[in-house]
Design a protein around this ligand. Sequence first.
Ligand code: DQA
Length: 138
Amino acid sequence: MKIIIINGPNLNLLGKREPSVYGSETFEAYFNTLQSKYPKVELSFFQSNIEGELIDKIHETGFSFDGIILNAAAYTHTSVGIGDAVKGVETPVVEVHISNVYQREPFRHESYIAPNAKGIIAGFGLISYELALHSFLP
Ligand code: DQA
């Protein structure tokens, strides 16, 4: 099973960025733990701060992978382009957020991904990614 985690802008700063909201673990450390916990899953990871690169990665993986776990971060709330990319591919996409976006500012309550996502997981810290991974397991 081939699953990719795609992280959007500012998520490269996890561990340093607003630790009270996003925790103090780096994504790389979390990803290594996740990989070793699920050795049978071909798990890969991509992060970009650039909207078009995220769209390109969704296109690249969206016809051959079994699942995409997408935290589009701030672009979730603004990007028609990423929303259209999710709609345009065959691979199911699970929208993930580390924080509970519905407890936060109203602009974080809107998502261009959600209408075409398989599901949404938000608010469980980095474990949100593992819960999304579970949704793809047999
Ligand atoms: C986030 C929530 C977004 O509103 C925010 O812009 C992020 C991270 C989360 O994982 O909680 O950068 O997607």
